[in-house]
Design a protein around this ligand. Structure first.
Ligand code: GRF
Length: 206
């Protein structure tokens, strides 16, 4: 018998949803004790929505055009997530910065994946930033979200080599392969109750 009901995940997306797809697949394979109860997109045409619908997951298009500021947009996001009784929020390519309204509603229960080894190269075009800087290694970071841009406590990171002839596209593809594994591992640690946050540090039980 599991000690508690499966965690209820709410996944926020803006784009293609390859990370979402891997999470769906690993849950369906019984490798993660969780259920995706809703997928919310700020973009009506996001392919991630099609992926969710193909698996019978409720989808919500939540665009920002009707909201005067970021706080009121986030307040509505919180109310949607609460209506689905979400315990863990997953940002899987959600291209908006969250305000305190979201962060305070789900303390240490919002995870993001970033395509670089933070604190290097936060924000947009992280892969191009890495190429422009000339680093030999980049990678991905799964972290809890705070109200900064890609600044929250780091859960897991994976290192990916940068090749001399890489373009933004080839490096992004290589990093995404690492993202898919790293995100799954971080979600699994969370739902298995193995993560504890102490200040900036995330402690992982063995
Ligand atoms: C990923 O590269 C992730 O690091 C970034 O957005 C991208 C989402 O890709 N935050 P996908 O929509 O999961 O394919």
């Amino acid at each position: 018998m599991p000690e508690h009901e499966p965690y209820r995940l709410g996944v926020l997306v803006s784009g293609s949803g390859t990370n979402l797809q891997v999470i769906i697949d690993r849950i369906e394979a019984g490798e993660i004790s969780a259920e995706i109860v809703c997928v919310i997109s700020n973009k009506a045409g996001a392919y991630a929505l099609t992926r969710a619908q193909a698996h019978g997951i409720p989808v919500i298009v939540h665009e920002n055009i009707n909201f005067s500021d970021r706080q009121s947009y986030d307040a509505e996001t919180v109310s949607i997530l609460r209506s689905y009784k979400v315990d863990l929020v997953i940002l899987a390519g959600f291209m908006r910065i969250l305000t305190d309204v979201m962060v305070n509603a789900f303390p240490h229960a919002i995870m993001n994946i970033h395509p670089a080894l933070l604190p290097s190269f936060p924000g947009l075009h992280a892969q191009q930033q890495a190429l422009d800087y000339g680093v030999r290694y980049s990678g991905c970071t799964v972290h809890f979200v705070d109200s900064g841009t890609d600044t929250g406590p780091i859960i897991l990171q994976s290192v990916v080599p940068v090749e001399q002839n890489d373009t933004e596209e080839t490096l992004s593809t290589r990093i995404q392969r690492a993202e898919h594994k790293t995100f799954i591992e971080a979600i699994r640690l969370f739902v298995d109750g193995k993560i504890q946050v102490k200040g900036r540090k995330v402690l992982i039980a063995s």
